[in-house]
Design a protein. Structure first.
Length: 251
């Protein structure tokens, strides 16, 4: 995942305020209870500013948060003072994941895997992860679909505004790769009626669920459930966000 600049990390919480992390945590706990009742240590991959990691900590779990962005992790670390047990944060790209042991559950949310630079990088990330999810443990993640890249993000532009920032999001879509190049411009209020402009650029890649499943199986993960979102709707041809529940094979 990209190592975002300070501007994006500063406004990340405001831009993702509509994401229901408690719903995601409920979903993960339900899957753990169903498939892997041992639930002590959770790994939050691409944890960003640590909002989901903090939610798991408040529920009594030991949590490790991993992100490639030092700026995101600085924001996340500030939340530790309010938690019963601080989250351990590590600055690592997914393709170089390196932990001291295994976890019961790994999660990767908000289409973070789509931000990896292509299918080879996704394969490398899954290869590293299989060493650190204990046999029988779970990996739960969501991804944007090719349908969303093609029909929703496409060559479109979006505007987000709140009290802190005015944000313009512009996309350029490459059909053969299901790739979206994203340019985000931030306009922050300054003294008087002025604005300060800053920007961020990154890409998203999307893959068909069969492609992802094949890569998972190569790295000793089996798909247990596949849903359209965390409210557990059945996937369709117009699903925008797929949620995978997979289990690390072996004993």
């Amino acid at each position: 995942m990209a190592s975002y600049k300070d501007t994006f990390s500063t406004f990340y919480d405001a831009l993702t305020a509509d994401v229901d992390r408690s719903l995601i945590a409920d979903f993960c706990e339900e899957m753990l209870q169903k498939y892997h009742p041992k639930r002590e240590l959770i790994l939050d991959l691409c944890c960003g500013t640590g909002t989901l990691a903090a939610e798991f900590s408040r529920r009594g779990y030991e949590v490790i948060g991993v992100d490639a962005s030092p700026e995101m992790l600085m924001q996340a670390a500030e939340k530790n003072s309010t938690l019963p047990q601080p989250v351990l944060y590590l600055c690592q790209p997914l393709q170089q994941l390196d932990l001291y042991g295994t976890v019961d559950l790994a999660v990767c949310t908000l289409d973070s895997l789509n931000h990896l630079p292509g299918k080879t990088a996704l394969k490398k990330a899954l290869h590293r992860l299989q060493y650190f999810v204990e046999p029988g443990g779970l990996f739960i993640f969501d991804v944007n679909t090719p349908y969303k890249h093609r029909e929703i993000l496409g060559n479109n532009a979006f505007v987000r505004e709140n009290e802190a920032v005015f944000c313009v999001w512009q996309n350029e879509y490459t059909p053969l790769e299901h790739k979206v190049e994203i340019q985000i411009d931030f306009f922050r209020h300054t003294a008087g009626d002025g604005y300060l402009r800053d920007g961020e650029q990154f890409c998203e890649y999307a893959w068909e669920p069969e492609e992802i499943t094949a890569l998972l199986e190569q790295e000793h993960f089996e798909v247990l459930e596949l849903w359209d979102g965390y409210r557990k709707h059945k996937p369709s041809g117009e699903t925008q966000r797929l949620v995978f529940v997979v289990r690390r094979q072996g004993k």
